[in-house]
Design a protein around this ligand. Structure first.
Ligand code: ATP
Length: 367
């Protein structure tokens, strides 16, 4: 299947807008890559350059290792699916799906066979005689997928294909689409601003901000070890706690992280202590996921932070405690912990550094 490589790709529109700024990015054979970022960060422009609908201002797009800048869109073995589905309202489902085959001159008999195959795979075999106006949103989306698949492309480009659907259907279709794309083995670039979609569907996620690629990695990598402060603050709900600390190394014994009036101590045999020790004397930002922190009883031994629980938020499957640690507000997942209560006085301790401490690049104010 088609591989994609963007090398130093920049897109400046005639009005001077820098939509994409020196992006380097690969999509491997059969990979499902999700481009994630807020509205206007340049995701669609990247996709449109891969499709050949926009030319890069500088840099190159490679398809299967060949420079594609001069290859017209119709010769790229690419199928696009958009959020508005772009079905032809006057055609039946059958005609909509078979349309690309008709355009490329496939005979009626093999055409019908391929449409039946695709419709069967998508569970819309019963709907072939209907028109788009007689379908639900989810069914229309399946027809749009069918029309993309039927050409047997080497690469799918999908631009927010689920954003017009309600949340229940979105969750159902995201599993369906990623399953289907993987079954077909086709490479895929998928644009969304929905992080749940990105983290559940992607082999790798590429996170963009203001035209610049911030981080690329598996969902576990970008969630657990974000490359920049922006990604740390952007990914995850609740968002990652980011706390400023000064580093003091007490050689061969421990590293102290001073957070105002309190400190955390990492023993020297903890790998994180040795990583953080490079920043002796500096102020750094430590990132802690809520789920890496657990409330403990006031007299619990060990490395504990004291904080005042300001309020609790119950989400059904979890409860979050919002805790003031000195001047810093920290969110703690109290799942499975001893019951905690909102405190009037600063006595309620909570705990430990968990898995998430890391040195994040950038400055604290960068968010
Ligand atoms: P969304 O999620 O809202 O679709 P996006 O991340 O896909 O956003 P793009 O559509 O790629 O973002 O747009 C990136 C930037 O380029 C935006 O600032 C946008 O206003 C600008 N832009 C897009 N197309 C043009 C154009 N034809 N001329 C000028 N500026 C443009």
């Amino acid at each position: 299947m088609t591989t994609v490589a963007l090398k130093d790709v920049t897109k400046v529109f005639p009005d001077g807008t820098v939509a994409v700024d020196r992006v380097n990015l690969d999509v491997e054979d059969g990979e499902f890559l999700v481009l994630l970022g807020p509205s206007g960060c340049g995701k669609s422009t990247v996709l449109r350059m891969v499709a050949g609908l926009e030319d890069p201002s500088s840099g190159v797009v490679l398809l299967d290792g060949e420079v594609a800048n001069e290859i017209p869109p119709r010769d790229r073995r690419i199928a696009m699916v958009f959020q508005d589905f772009a079905l032809y309202p006057h055609m039946t489902v059958n005609e909509n799906i078979s349309f690309p085959l008709r355009l490329s001159g496939v005979e009626p008999a093999p055409r019908a066979e391929r449409v039946a195959d695709v419709a069967g795979a998508l569970g819309i075999g019963e709907l072939l005689g209907r028109r788009p106006g007689q379908l639900s949103g989810g069914q229309r989306q399946r027809v749009a997928m069918g029309r993309a698949i039927v050409r047997r492309p080497g690469l799918f480009l999908m631009d927010e294909p689920l954003s017009n659907l309600d949340s229940g259907l979105r969750a159902e279709l995201r599993a369906e689409i990623s399953g289907l794309v993987r079954e077909l083995g086709v490479s895929c670039m998928y644009v969304t601003h929905d992080q749940a979609e990105a983290l559940t569907m992607a082999d790798r996620v590429a996170i963009m901000r203001k035209g610049v690629l911030q981080d690329v990695g598996t969902p576990t990598e970008v969630y657990g070890r974000p490359a920049t402060l922006y990604v740390a603050a952007f990914l995850g709900s609740p968002r990652m706690n980011l706390i400023e600390a000064s580093v003091y190394v007490h050689l061969d014994r421990y590293v102290a992280l001073n957070l105002g009036e309190q400190a955390l101590y990492l023993p020297w045999d903890d790998i994180r202590a040795r990583v953080i020790s490079h920043y002796h004397g500096e102020r750094i930002v430590i990132g802690m996921r809520a789920e890496a922190l657990t409330p403990v009883a006031p007299d619990a031994p060990g490395d504990v932070l004291q904080g005042r629980i300001r309020y609790l938020e119950h989400h059904g499957h979890e409860s979050l405690a919002f805790v003031d640690v000195g001047a810093t507000a920290v969110i703690v997942d109290e799942l499975g912990a001893a019951a905690v209560e909102v405190e009037e006085e600063p006595v309620s301790p909570f705990q430990r550094l968990g898995q998430a401490v890391q040195r994040l690049t950038g400055r604290f104010g960068d968010r």
